[in-house]
Structure formats: C-alpha cells, structure tokens
Ligand binder design. Sequence first.
Ligand code: PMP
Length: 827
Amino acid sequence: MVKPDLKEWEQLTVPAQPSKSAVDSLLRSIKPPQLNSEAIANRVLEAYGLSGAWRQLGGEREQNFRLVSADGRTLVVKVASVDEPLDSLLFQTEALEHIRRTDPDLPVPRLVRTLNGQAVTDIMGGDGAIHALRILTFVPGNTLLDAVQGQKRSLSAADLLALGATCGRLARALQGFRSDGAPKAMPWDISNRLIFADQVRAHLPAPVAAVAGDQLPRLESVISDILPTLRSQVIYNDFHESNVLAGFGDALTVEGIIDFGDMIHGPVVQDLSVCIASLMHWSDDPLFAASCLVRGYQRFMPLTTEDLSVLKDLVLARMLLQVGLVSYQTKANNRQAPELEQLQSLYIGAIINLSKITSTDFVSRMMPGVVPMPATTATSPVVASPSLLQRRQAVLGSAYTFYNEPLELIRGRGCLLYDSAGNEYLDCYNNVANVGHCHPYVVDTLARQASTLNTNSRYLHEEVVRLGERLSATLPHHLDTWFFVCTGSEANDLAVRLARAATGKQGIVVTENSYHGNTTNVAPLSLIDYDLQDRPAWVETVPPPNLYRGLYRAGTNDAGERYAQHVSEAARRLDNSGHGLAGLMIDSIFDANGALVPPADYLPLAYAAARREGALTIADEVQMGFGRSGTHMWGFQAFGVEPDIVTMGKPMGNGHPIAALVTRRDLAELVQKTTGYFNTFGGNTVSAAVANACLDVLQGERLQDRAAATGAHLLAGLHDLMKRYDIIGHIHGRGLFLGVELVLDRETREPAKFAARWVRERLKSLGVLVASTGPLGNIIKIRPPLAFGAQQADQFLDALHKVLLNLPSQADFAVIKDTSAFSAFHS
Ligand code: PMP
C-alpha cells in the first residue's frame, strides 16, 4: 500500500473571524524562503555560537538545514517565511517547552535557545526582509510510513494500541498549556466550519462527493453546533504516519513525533480523529484498527461520552477535508495530482463505510459496552433497535426481563442509567452497582489489573490475600478463612456442603419465600422460584418475621421468641424425616419478603435454637452486606449474632462477578480434607483487585454513613407520603434497603398487588427505576447504589408523589390485572 505524504498544508493564520477571502488566502500556500546559506551559518554562529556541518533539508514553508554542530549535537535550523507570524512560531516553541516539563521522556524536538536565551531570533534576507530563525534538536529515526513500507507489513493490534497510546500521551502532555499564540484559523482544522463548508464542499472530487456528499450537512452541523461544546485544549492535530518516527523490533516502538506546525486550540477528540483517519488504513481491518487506536489513546486520555459521540463524524470529516484540500491545492497550483488519486483510492472505502455506520454503532465497535448518548442534533436521528427483544428471546428464551416493556440500558454513571433512546433513569434498585455505576476508581483498577495479569487462583497474589485480610477485619474474629467464588449461589452452595460436612446431617432451614441462589443445592432453598410440592424433604421453612402481616405482628408479646420457636419445630420435623438440621440460612433483610426488619431478639434466638440442635448458622449477606444497613458493614451485625458462616456476593465487585464465603478455620479444613474445593475464577487477580477497589471506595467515600443518612431521609419522606396516601400500608427496611407495602385497605391489609406494578411502571415512565416484590407482589423495593444522596432521594420521593397523586381507582386496577406482562420480579 502506498501512502502519500500529504504534509503540504501547514499552519497559516488569518484574522479571528475569517472572511471568505481570508479563507482563500489561508488556503494559499506560503513558500519557503531562499536565503543565502552562508548568511544563515553566520547568523547561527553569531546568535547561538554554533557551527558545524550543514546540510540543506526540504520544507514546505520553512527553509530547513541539518546542522551537526562542533559539540556533536544534530540540530535543525529553521528559517521562516516573512508571512509567518512570530506569534505562531513562539506558540510552537512554548508548546515544546511545556511538553519537556510535563513529560520529559516524550521523544519530541527540544528547543535550542540563542546565547542570550531567546526562543526565536531573526535574520535579514537579501531583499532586506526580516525572517524568524529558530533551532530545534533533530529527532532521529524513520517515519512510521518508511518503517511500515520497509517491513511490508500492516499494523498489528499491539502496534496500533502503542500508536493510539502515544497520541493520547502527547495530548495529556499538552494539557494545561495556554498561549495566546494559537492560530485562530488554519486549513487542517476540522473544527473550522468556514473551511469545511465553503471550501471542502466546493473541491471534493466527484467520486468522493458521490458517496459522501449527503453527509456534509450533518458534518457541518456537528462542526458548528457540537464541537464548540466539547472540552478543548491545545492539540497536536497532526498524528499521521509521516510525523511519527517508529521502529520495529519485537513490537513497534514510537521513537519520535515531529512537526508541531499544525497545532491548534481545539476539541480534544479532534486529535484522535486525525490519528484514526490517517492510520486506520494501515490495517487489514480498519474498524478494528480504529478500535485499537481508541483504546490505546484512552490509556492516557479517557474520552467522555460526548467526545465519543462525535468521533466517527470527525474521522469522516478529516478524510473529506484532506481529500478536499489536496484537490483544492492541486487545482490552485495547476499540478498533476497523483497524490489526489492515491488518496481517493485509499480513503474511498473508509468514507463509504463511515457514511453508512451510525455514531452509536461506531462507538460500540470501538469500545463494546460503551455506547454514547445519541447526538441531539435534529439532523442525526436516534436509531432505535426495535428487534433487540426478539433477538434476545430467540437466543435466551423469554426468561427474566424487567418491566412491561423491557429496558435496553446502554450506559450507567453513579446513580444514573441511560437507555438506548437517550432517556435517563434514576436507579433506585441496583445494589450490584453498590458504589455507583461505572465508578471510575473501580473501572480504572479493573482495567489496570486486566492489563497487568489475570489468572486463576492457584498462584500467589497480593490482591486476593489483601482482600481476605481486609474483609476479615470487618467480621467477628473467628471468621478467618475465605473461599472466593463467583456468585452468591456458589457461596451458598458451599455453605450447605460445609454445614453438612460439619454436622453429618442434611437438613437446611430457611425462611418462607426466601431466595438463596440457583445451584442444585440451593435452588430448593429459593422458595420463591420453587414449587412447594417439589421441595425436597431436607428443606424446612420457618415463617419470616414479618411484624406487619406475619404470624405474629407488632404488639404481639415475645414476637421474636415465637418466630424463633419455629426453628426448633422445623428441626423436629427434619429429625423425624431422618435428615436432621445441618444449617440455618438467613438473609438478614429478608429481601424476597420485602425488606423486613425482624424483632431485635429474633436472630439471636433463632441462632440459639439452631445451635441447640448442633446446626451451623449461615448469614446470607448477598443482599445486605457491604454497608447497606447504614449502621454496620454486615446485616447480621445489627442483631449482635455471630454466624458460623457468612456468604456475600452481588455488591462485592460493583457488577464484576465475585462472591465469597468466610468461616472458621476448622470448618474450612474439614471441606478441604473431605471433598476439597477449587474454583478457577474465584478470587482471580482481576476480581480480587476490583473487590479491593470497591472496599477503597466504600471506605474512602464513607458510603456506609451515606447509606445511613440517605436512608433516614428517604424513610422520613416516605412516612410523609404515608400520611397523605392510604395506599401505603407499611414501610419496611433499614438503611438503603426499603420496602413500601401497598394495601387497598389499611384495616384489612388487602395487598395492592396491581397498584404496586402500576406504580413501578409509572415510576419508570418518570425516569425512576424500582421493582415490585414480596410474596404478594405488593411491595415497592428501593435498594439504590450507596452513592444515592439526599438529592436523589428527593427526586425519587417527588416522582413517587406524582404517581400516587394520579393513582387510578380500584376498578382501573382490575383492568391492569388483565395485562399479563406484569409480574413481580426478584434479583
Ligand atoms: N442470596 C440472596 C439473598 C440473593 O438475593 C441472591 C441473588 N439475588 C443470591 C443469594 C444468589 O446470588 P447470585 O445471583 O449471585 O448467584
């Protein structure tokens, strides 16, 4: 593949508001001056004290020489045209000085100052005109173009990642550089709407105009309406194969970046778009190449969603600009145009492909999982994906989707979620994203560890050991030995095995309507999903301690004791069936029962009852662990009990699958001695690093305290609503785990199941996500990320208020009853 060097158009300046004629003059090339070389050598000796071996170099706008000075340095002496404003030369040299300070190892030219410390000096031409003269160090090496052509190879993923990373690193090094000398307008600036609209349009060669002409109005509107709103800084704006010096050893190494003449102050993402537009062709799969460049770039310069949303259009705009400018220049100079031909044939395929693909699809190709908000300009319509549900059902069946009309979520940040149509939702439901969706600290840790080492749990590694140590410090002393697994189900499954191994018995007691997981061992303990008649005889249930509508209600004397009594009775039944009681497994928030707060003595008495039978006590902290109660790290701690086994999962990795079981050393050894236990992924390096990062955030952002404060605020607001709306029968829960129980009649407590579903759906349409849950389906479950604050709580309360204000009558609920898609769900 022959790639022309198109470095013909250099920086030219025009007044701040370029007029059409100024644009014309802007597009006229400045010629390099032709001073007497002896005069230049004399001036350099005088101003810099330098002499040596001189060699003339090429140059489009400057007269350049290579000087190997007497002290052994190789330098480039540059004499500018009289038309070149001094400000813009100083801007370039100051930028190089800035990079020297911010990233001294970046291989860019260094400024050589005159004997009296000036960055630029002057020299008089034979005609008496004054020219600027400056000296930079020479950066040795082959251009990437030469390197690739010499090797006759296309760029690999690793090469492209390295190149993208260099582009990002350079952008990062330029951050904070401010100068009044940045050119106000220059031809290679895609964000210059005037050039794009008035010149490129007019000069696009016919074959390119035929395939991309219809893109121009949209590109112009992106340039004029969106680019000015993006974050900007001084950018290099010229990252292409003739300006990057590179060598190939085992892998590509970037040895230099030269030519800082196209720098501007412009949108950060524009820099990357130049890099992609130039380098994507050097791979057999240009879109994959672009994706590598984007990823490499983001190692140093994470892109915002807004940046990503315009990336495809900027890449396309850059290619069109390049073709248009070369075409213009060819015509203006009345030249033969082999470059134009080559450029067109090189770019045409990419231009066609980029014209066809939507920005959303482009970004999801670049960064799977990261989908930008659809652009909001009228000219770029939102592209819906109506068939996703059918496609999902075709491959996954119709299992478990939320809501009447399932949501296609594409992005999350903190407590907010976004769907594919660009709607924003306040997430009041997801405890998986415990420290907030896509928490940057967690994401950064994940990316770093994933790019360092990810392997199985058989090797020594600091992260998993540190995780165990840190978690142990939050738990009763005797809980000191860890099994890291991937899901809460696995942790509970192992807990059942442990209890059986330790007691020699088989029976497990759980509360009615509980959920503990999906493996063969624990599915029968997940009674909301299990038909009672199919329940194996080794499972026994006890009534959940529901003081609102349970067997013993608030006001009943000794309600805790009475509920706990059922554990002994269940143990009797298990003895009678020959299974005996091996373990009592309790989730201290009774999640699937609607976030119950048991009587204070219930857990201690239930544990005591189990222990009297010689059984183990298992605290399932998959829901309530990691600070959600607001008062304690673990849900059971509020009741002063000390379980034999604790299991945890869901919030542990903020969405990354990691879960764990902790127990006493003697019990752990028992399992290892009998059946043994190995889990390939459990506690792998990445998962452990992520879980540690979640702990860092939990502690660093004091999220447990936040859960306490926001939970109290939310509870108070809900109690206010309860005063106004009879449909609220009771408010369950603690910390940031609340259940609002809806009833048709406060006296009879008749459950308002369809109202709960209606409220859930209405809240969704107001941009608030909750679930309806509970055995009767009449409880609104509120369980947001712990990043939830008072402001989010108020937003939720306002929305709930609106919904309750417009609640349909009971008769209308009867109609709703007929809509089969409503269902209570659990997770
Ligand atoms: N225990 C409880 C209390 C749960 O709520 C769940 C999941 N909802 C589990 C265990 C199972 O966890 P996982 O889905 O990670 O297997």
